[in-house]
Write a protein that binds this ligand. Structure first.
Ligand code: P6P
Length: 322
């Protein structure tokens, strides 16, 4: 099996970016080990702190964030860092070529129940027109990402990665400590019979979206004319790994009961990187009305509705929302 670095070299990825990806994955290998230790190394449970999202920080959230931040600060390749666990951007190396954003441990509510969790990351070119300490470094639409990926800490530790070409899957060989190419080209089938959403929010959705879900539930007895199945992981990275691996549609629509903050998922370090992976696997990634990768960001922690996966099913869902 081909190792990650030769595959990236074959894809003509510039050496500086390859070295930065290696740095991120070095941190993720350490996170994989810590996650795997679980209760054996006192990393479960919560801290007494909340992040800017108002979420209680898990011990592993803090450990993972610190590992990634420390390694990126030392790399010399990163001008500015943004993280779900950092209130503000962190200035790193002044004239470095790239900026990096990450969710250090997506789905951390799954940590204490040994559920799937993962690290989501995205890389852009630094902006020479704004200071390294400015949040405006990340005022770039998702279409400007030069790399997007996640590392999923599941039964195996897997990396999904795109650097502009096909989305590919790698599996961590824990004996050699390297990621081996296990899926050369991910392709999401245009049709699916599997949807992924949190049904507990049914009464907070728009009438269009709840109509769409109602027709999914009616299955072969309704207008859709086929049976659908549902999966909900509680971790976007786990649900989206299934969608990338076998198709499906993942939805986190707006909550109409929260007009001040209707969306839940974060654009910069959740929706955009996964949208790039999905589009480079021939899927679609939208909010309730626009292509995610076209959104001009206004804030590093801004939230968006998410509807992504099998292209034809995304189109069908969006038609209910028009
Ligand atoms: P709910 C995890 O906290 C997360 O940000 C996503 O990874 C996940 O899809 C979603 O929230 C789960 O939200 O409301 O179902 O707990």
């Amino acid at each position: 099996m081909k190792r990650l670095i030769p595959r990236l070299e074959q894809d003509n990825v510039e050496i500086e970016l390859i070295l930065l990806i290696k740095t991120i994955l070095t941190a993720c290998k350490e996170i994989s080990f810590r996650v795997g230790q679980g209760a054996l190394s006192n990393v479960l449970g919560s801290t007494l702190d909340e992040n800017i999202q108002g979420e209680t920080q898990k011990k592993l959230d803090v450990i993972s964030n610190q590992l990634l931040k420390d390694m990126l600060l030392e790399s010399g390749k990163v001008r500015t860092i943004a993280s779900e666990e950092e209130d503000y951007v962190v200035a790193a190396t002044d004239d470095a070529p790239y900026i990096v954003a990450f969710d250090p441990l997506d789905g951390s509510s799954n940590i204490d129940i040994n559920g799937q969790i993962g690290t989501i990351f995205t890389i852009y070119r630094a902006n020479n027109e704004v200071p390294a300490e400015s949040e405006l470094q990340f005022a770039q639409p998702g279409s400007e990402q030069v790399c997007a990926g996640y590392v999923l800490y599941g039964p195996s530790t897997m990396l999904a990665l795109t650097t502009g070409g096909p989305s590919r899957l790698y599996t961590l060989d824990k004996t050699q400590g390297c990621f081996l190419l296990t899926t050369e080209t991910l392709t999401i089938a245009a049709e699916t019979a599997e949807f992924s959403l949190n049904m507990a929010n049914f009464h907070q959705w728009s009438s269009g979206f709840s109509h769409y879900v109602n027709d999914l539930l009616l299955g072969e007895n309704g207008v859709r004319g086929k049976k659908f199945n549902m999966r909900w992981n509680g971790a976007m990275v786990g649900d989206m790994h299934r969608v990338l691996s076998r198709g499906g549609i993942f939805c986190y629509p707006n909550d109409e009961s929260k007009p001040a903050q209707p969306a839940k998922l974060r654009l910069l370090y959740e929706a955009n990187p996964l949208a790039m992976l999905v589009e480079n696997a021939h899927g679609k990634a939208y909010t309730e009305h626009e292509r995610i990768l076209s959104i001009q960001p206004t804030h590093i922690h801004q939230r968006v509705a998410v509807i992504m996966g099998s292209a034809n099913e995304v189109d069908t869902c969006l038609a209910y929302l028009k």
